[in-house]
Design a protein. Sequence first.
Length: 204
Amino acid sequence: MHSKDTITAYMDVLLGYLPDSVSSISIWTDGPASQFKNRYMAASLDPLGKAHKIDIKWNFFPTSHSKGPVDGIGGSAKSFVMQKVLNGQHIVTNTASFTDAASTMENVCVTEVSTTEITRRNGRLNLEDIFSQAEPITAIAKMHFLEVTSNGVVYHVLTKDSTNRNDVETHSRVGAIVVGDWFLVEYEGKRFPGEVVAVHGGEV
């Protein structure tokens, strides 16, 4: 499951594997708004960084889905386990049995994170309050890098492996409807989820 609650908990687990000597980490993912590139993931970086005493920077590939190396690793794990099942070596019925079947995969560690563990970690990070106060991000669809600074979360158009004088920096705005936000809208008596793709003179 990919939601703001689960993704943050998974991040918390992964950061816990890092040695104490690591002080900074750069994350690279694709940029689906429903999963990674949204105000909630941005808001979660501060508590995650403080909990693990680490600076977190998040880079996004040009907006796409299921095209990054992480998706390749996940696909390889699924294929590995499927082969074990087809060979009669494992019977997979839940996350625990999947994790067990994947345990002999080379160079990849598959970890089970239960619903109870997700709830516990989110409570420790106080995510309910943090998500409720998450600020809208202006033109988030155009952003490809974010990091936490002393001035809050800062967003850039370009990724940050290198600097560029043409880069654009922006900060969150509170209470504004911005591109990238999602709303439930009513059309001809029916309700549909809709993403804000443009704002002109107060009209969405």
